[in-house]
Design a protein around this ligand. Structure first.
Ligand code: FPP
Length: 246
């Protein structure tokens, strides 16, 4: 029985986050330039968005450019920015027609005005959509996100709006880029690496991690389904006892 038709959706991940890793290695294995890996990576992203909609995933978050990626060669950075611009130009209308809501998280202060306007356009166009939410982490770093949240809360304290003793986890969550979005249930990282790389550190407190060997450009619906099957075997205890414990 396919996941989609399986009526037991209790153990189905509503929010799936993906660290799309291995574009460079995929290209290298084929004696292609790294840019070819990124280009194929965009195609894998398109297919994955479609598959996620078909499977009934409510939120899909993808890590498309980290704040650490600035240390890459200029030409590669330029190419990744070009791909984002192209993605916005070519794909947003289709995403919108499927009622997908787009949210972009990450720092904007060091992006060009033109790019910020493009990102705002995507968010604004799709803000009332009620289908899947696609969160694109671009120029994103979790420590930076948490630092911004701390600064904002400190400012509210300095302004006399908030008593430090009354600060709760909800206040912190409300100052994250992901405010209003439930935490990821499942985090997938491709390409065999097993680390978080400064991605959603706050939000992944109780997330299940699944690491797959495939490089991102080779990711597809079958691999996504296999990670969901793996997720369904996990016993999520949130610090409590196993469900089988009597
Ligand atoms: C990791 O592969 C991938 C990235 C740093 C960028 C991910 C970007 C895309 C899939 C395309 C762009 C998407 C949008 C929305 C614009 P890597 O380069 O680190 O591969 P390697 O570890 O094998 O070198």
């Amino acid at each position: 029985m396919s996941i989609k038709t399986d009526i037991d959706r209790k153990k189905f991940p509503e929010h799936v986050a993906i660290i799309m890793d291995g574009n460079g290695r995929w290209a290298q294995e084929r004696s292609l330039p790294r840019s070819a890996g990124h280009k194929q990576g965009v195609m894998a992203l398109r297919d994955t968005v479609r598959a996620a909609v078909e499977l009934g995933i409510k939120v899909l978050t993808v890590y498309s450019f980290s704040s650490e990626n600035w240390s890459r060669p200029q030409a590669e950075i330029k190419y990744l920015f070009k791909l984002l611009e192209r993605f916005v130009r070519q794909d947003v209308a289709e995403l919108h027609s499927h009622s997908i809501r787009i949210k972009i998280i990450g720092q904007r202060s060091n992006l060009t005005r033109k790019l910020v306007e493009m990102l705002e356009y995507c968010e604004d166009l799709t803000k009332d959509n009620t289908g899947m939410t696609l969160v694109v982490a671009f120029n994103y770093g979790a420590r930076n996100e948490m630092t911004s949240a701390v600064k904002a809360l400190a400012q509210r304290v300095a302004d006399g709006e908030l008593n430090p003793n009354e600060i709760t986890e909800q206040h912190i969550a409300a100052h994250m880029g992901t405010s209003g979005i439930p935490d990821p249930d499942l985090l997938i990282r491709t390409s065999g690496e097993q680390r978080l790389s400064n991605f959603l550190l706050w939000q992944c407190a109780y997330t299940e991690f699944v690491f797959v060997r495939e490089h991102w450009p080779a990711f597809n619906k079958d691999v996504l389904e296999s990670t969901i099957e793996e997720f369904r075997t996990r016993d999520r205890r949130y610090g409590g006892l196993a469900t089988s414990t009597g």
